[in-house]
Design a protein around this ligand. Structure first.
Ligand code: VAH
Length: 313
């Protein structure tokens, strides 16, 4: 059995659907701190679980005979800056609970998401290597860097099989993002269809590593299905697909919606974006477990607009 904690989130929702399509609905228990949308909750086994409550998490794992846990609950970069203490508590202690339950032998495999937010202003910004200077300047980035250190420690010292990926900004049509700095790259498609224009909270030349959700979900499944001996890095793997600026994604949209216009009013999230890399070297993931991306900016834009065209109010 598989348990997804944080199943109602931007990644969790699509990850639940994908894992159920692979392993069968009844094999995948979705959980979140509160019930998500009724249709999703009714789509298969669902439990209300507070990721910060050790006993609740352990009880659900024992009740369902869970072997693999995907811990997707976290506060993302922008929200975490407004709530540092809670962000540290949720992002770190939820991880400790799952690592300790695995250390006790009650879980076989853990997936825990890291992020390019582990890199900071002193990190080389172009083609950022797997191993480099990492001085994250956001609460979220600090929690993800610390989490990576603990994942590697629990693997090396206690033999816990935990696997992790440094996700870039993720873009999906079926789920709205939750409080990230890269959320503009989702909002822009919705606004292009509903208003024909978009006011971007990052400046036009802000280049960031990005990935279509289809690719991110497939990478998550592939690293978890990889033979343990192939997962040589137990902190977290760099992962990449593309990088673009708000101006470049706007130009890609204009090819489908010629009258679309964009303007820029950078806010507090500009400082967060400026601390992150512009492009990522993910050669280790490609070498160790055969990672390769499918979607580039043009393919993502066509797929996003096609799916959203019928959906946007
Ligand atoms: C965020 N979407 O913006 C997340 C992600 C690299 C960005 O970690 O916080």
């Amino acid at each position: 059995k598989i348990l997804i904690i944080g199943a109602c989130g931007q990644i969790g929702t699509e990850l639940t659907a994908k894992l159920r399509s692979i392993y069968g609905t009844d094999e995948v228990v979705a959980s979140d701190v509160r019930k998500g949308d009724a249709e999703f909750v009714a789509s298969g086994p669902f439990e209300v679980v507070n990721a910060l409550d050790f006993n609740q998490v352990q009880a659900i794992i024992e009740k369902h005979g869970v072997e693999d846990v995907y811990l997707m609950a976290a506060l993302l970069s922008a929200t975490a800056e407004k709530n540092p203490a809670f962000a540290w508590d949720l992002n770190m202690n939820s991880l400790f609970h799952v690592l300790n339950i695995a250390k006790a032998g009650k879980i076989k495999k853990i997936f825990w998401p890291s992020s390019i937010a582990v890199f900071g202003p002193t990190t080389p910004k172009q083609n950022t290597p797997q191993y480099t200077v990492m001085e994250p300047s956001t609460v979220y980035g600090i929690s993800k860097q610390s989490g990576e250190r603990w994942c590697e420690y629990y693997h090396n010292i206690y033999g816990v099989d935990v696997r992790s990926i440094r996700y870039p900004g993720l873009i999906s049509w079926s789920t709205l993002p939750g409080g990230g700095t890269t959320d503009y790259a989702v909002d822009i498609y919705h606004k292009a269809l509903s208003d024909g224009k978009y006011t971007c909270f990052l400046s036009e030349e802000t280049r960031l590593p990005m990935m279509y959700m289809d690719d991110a979900i497939r990478a998550t499944v592939e690293i978890m299905q990889a033979p343990a001996e192939n997962v040589k890095i137990r902190s977290a793997y760099n992962l990449s697909a593309m990088d673009f600026t708000p101006e470049e994604i706007a130009d890609a949209i204009k090819k489908h919606i010629p009258d679309f216009t964009i303007d820029y009013t950078p806010d507090f999230r500009q400082k967060i974006a400026d601390s992150w890399p512009q492009s990522i070297d993910d050669s280790s993931a490609r070498q160790d477990w055969g990672w390769k991306h499918n979607f580039d900016l043009e393919a993502m834009t066509a797929d996003m607009l096609e799916h959203l065209a019928g959906k946007v109010d």
